[in-house]
Design a protein around this ligand. Structure first.
Ligand code: NAP
Length: 252
């Protein structure tokens, strides 16, 4: 049974760690190549795009992939759509591993917006101190609001820096605990946060810290993802595998 895991998330890595212990599966993990030094993978890894849905479909056939597990980030909508289309073209099987979104709790002050452009507008006209934790590739829209002071955290450095007069950069890789997030927000006198609704524990600390400080969190909504069989955790994915009729998955 050959499985292609589309990765780039902690769950994908944890899933690969668990699958690497099994003798009934042969696993390839695919990374987009966005980070310079991704964590070491316990299974065979390939890096870079496939060339759209048709390229991915060809890869599935050429590599005799029986099952594709889409364990990409919930905001990685293009690759998820491509995965669903490619599997349909290649008559294969697909499972999506999707973290449930965070739900607002009492004390949360979220401003849910359609996209990053709307997130920029939600910051308002008056200068604010803003913590941007949206990922290195989604920062450009904020150049439209140079009046704010930004603290920008990303895994790899932002190069070239944004065309913003007041931006401080921080490179760090999660998970980030609540106490350290609280300290960071206080140290930089942050007034607003922009965050995706990523779900999961590893980046939830800033949401809890924002609640404690009564800060607004501007949150672009999750994109629409294809309607495919899905599970919410690594354990559920492994249980799904145990119960799936894997023999019938062969022949992609
Ligand atoms: P995207 O917009 O949905 O995908 C853009 C293109 O990148 C895809 O069309 C595909 O190129 C390539 N690609 C994406 N994921 C890939 C993978 N796992 N393996 C091979 N190619 C991949 O995705 P994105 O938002 O750029 O995210 C890229 C990666 O970063 C994903 O693996 C995702 O899990 C991870 N990530 C994303 C976010 C986020 O907020 N978007 C956050 C954390 C991690 P081709 O069309 O050429 O195949």
């Amino acid at each position: 049974m050959r499985i292609l895991v589309l990765g780039g998330t902690q769950e994908a890595r944890h899933l690969c760690e668990r699958l690497a212990q099994r003798r009934d599966v042969d696993v390839i993990v695919s990374l987009a190549g966005r980070t310079a030094a991704p964590p070491r993978m316990p299974v065979r890894a390939r890096t870079g795009g496939f060339g759209g849905a048709s390229g991915l479909a060809a890869y599935l056939v050429d590599e005799h992939v029986d099952l594709l597990i889409d364990a990409t980030h919930p905001y990685a909508a293009i690759i998820s759509a491509n995965a669903a289309e490619a599997v349909a073209r290649a008559h294969g099987r697909i499972l999506a591993l999707r973290r449930p979104p965070w739900q607002q709790q009492v004390g949360d002050r979220w401003i849910e917006v359609a996209d990053l452009q709307e997130a920029v507008r939600a910051l308002g006209d008056a200068p604010r101190r803003v913590f941007l934790a949206v990922g290195r590739n989604d920062l450009a829209p904020f150049e439209a609001a140079p009046q704010h002071r930004y603290l920008i955290r990303s895994v790899d450095p932002v190069t070239p820096p944004l065309r913003l007069p007041h931006a401080e950069y921080l490179t760090a890789r999660g998970p980030f605990g609540e106490a350290e997030e609280l300290a960071l927000l206080k140290q930089h006198k942050i007034e607003m946060i922009v965050s995706k609704n990523s779900g999961g524990d590893s980046t939830y600390g800033k949401i809890v810290a924002a609640r404690a400080l009564g800060l607004e969190v501007v949150m672009p909504r999750r994109p629409r993802l294809p309607d495919v069989p899905s599970v919410a955790s690594v354990d559920e994915a492994l249980a799904w595998l145990d119960h799936a009729d894997l023999a019938s998955a062969r022949g992609v």
